[in-house]
Design a protein around this ligand. Sequence first.
Ligand SMILES: Cc1cc2nc3c(=O)[nH]c(=O)nc-3n(C[C@H](O)[C@H](O)[C@H](O)COP(=O)(O)OP(=O)(O)OC[C@H]3O[C@@H](n4cnc5c(N)ncnc54)[C@H](O)[C@@H]3O)c2cc1C
Length: 342
Amino acid sequence: MSSRPSYLIIGAGVFGVSTAYHLIKKYPNAHIQLVDRTRYPCPLAASLDWNKVIRADYGNLFYMEKALEAIQYWRHDPLFRQFYHQSGMINIDNTGLGGEIVKNYEKLGIEVDAEMVSPERFKEMYGSFYDNTDFSEVGEVFVNRDSGWAEATKALTAYTDAAIEAGVKYTAADIDVLTFGADGECTGVLTKAGENIAADRIILATGAGTAKLIADSAPSRKELQIDGRLVAGAVVTGIVNLDPKNGQQYTEIPVTVHSVLPTRAPLSDQDPYTVKFCRDEAYKNTVKHEASGQEFSSPPNEPGQAQRQPNEALKQRLELVKNGILGESGKDVKFDEYCVCW
Ligand SMILES: Cc1cc2nc3c(=O)[nH]c(=O)nc-3n(C[C@H](O)[C@H](O)[C@H](O)COP(=O)(O)OP(=O)(O)OC[C@H]3O[C@@H](n4cnc5c(N)ncnc54)[C@H](O)[C@@H]3O)c2cc1C
C-alpha cells in the first residue's frame, strides 16, 4: 500500500456513498474514488426513489437497532433533516406484526410515541380517509408517530455532493469486470469503455448488480461467487399524480403499510399531491450465467433494466394494494408511472 492509501468504491447508492463519505472523514489523506454507471444519482440505484420510509418498525431486533441509529441522523443532522418528514407510520396488519414491534421496542427499552388502536378508534383519528380500507381480521392497528419518510433522491444527491466536497472523486463509468493480481487479489476494475482503474482496496456496493459483476469477473473462482449470500430482488411501485382537490387528503395521513394479505403496501404522501404505492414484496429474475454455470437473480439485461415497464401481473398486484387501502374510492385513481426497482 502506498503512503496515500486508495479506495475504489463501485456503486453510488446509499451504501456506496455512505462508505465513501465516512472513509474520507476518517482518512482525509486517502484517495477515495466512487464510481457508478451514470452521473449521480444513477437512475438504476434502488436508493433513487420518490421517497423512502424512515422507520425502525420491524420484527427483527438487530435491524431495529440499526434503524434507530439512522433515524437520529434523519432528525438531527443538517445534511439529512431537510429531507425528512415525520408524518408518522401506521401498519394495518392481520399478521400480528404490529404487536411484535411494540414488544420489540419494550425489549430494547426505547420509548416511542407508538400504540395499538382498534380499527374504529383508528378511523376516527384520520377523518374519513380510511373509511373504505380493508380491515379484515385486523384486531388492532399499529400507529407510530415517530416514524416518517424522506425525499430519497434529494437526500442521496446531497450526500454525494457532501462526499465530493470532502474530497471523494466521483467517476461515471460502467464497470465491466474486476481485475485480479498474480496472487488472486482484486487490484481494480476494467470499465466498459476500456479504462483500467486500480486501487489498494476495492469495495463493491453494487446492490442488485453484485452477483453478475463477480460472476463476469471471475467465473471459475467458486469461492468468490455470491452463491445465495445475497439475492437480488425487485419491488414494484406506482405513482399517482393528483390535483390539489383530490390530493390534499393524502398530505394529512401517515405512511401507510397495509399488510392485510394479500395487499401488503407502504404508501406515503409527497408534495405536490404525488402518491407512491408500493407492493412490499420482492420478485426475482433468475438467470443462468453461462460462464460460471450458476443460476442467480439479476436485473433484466435490457435498456434501463426495463424499470418502467412492469408486466400485467405486477400491475395487478399494485391494484390490490391501492384497492386494499382506498376500497371503492380508489376505483378512479389511475397510475401515471411505474417503476420496477432493483
Ligand atoms: C422499490 C423499493 C422501495 C424501498 N423502500 C424502502 C424504504 O421505504 N425504506 C428503506 O429503508 N429501504 C427501502 N428500500 C431498500 C433500500 O432502497 C435499499 O436497501 C438501498 O437503497 C440499497 O442501497 P445500495 O447502495 O445497496 O444499492 P443501490 O442503491 O441499488 O446502489 C447500487 C449501485 O451500484 C451501481 N452498479 C451496479 N453494478 C455496477 C457496475 N457494473 N458498474 C457501475 N456501477 C454499478 C448501480 O448503478 C447502483 O447505482 C426499498 C427498495 C426498493 C427497491
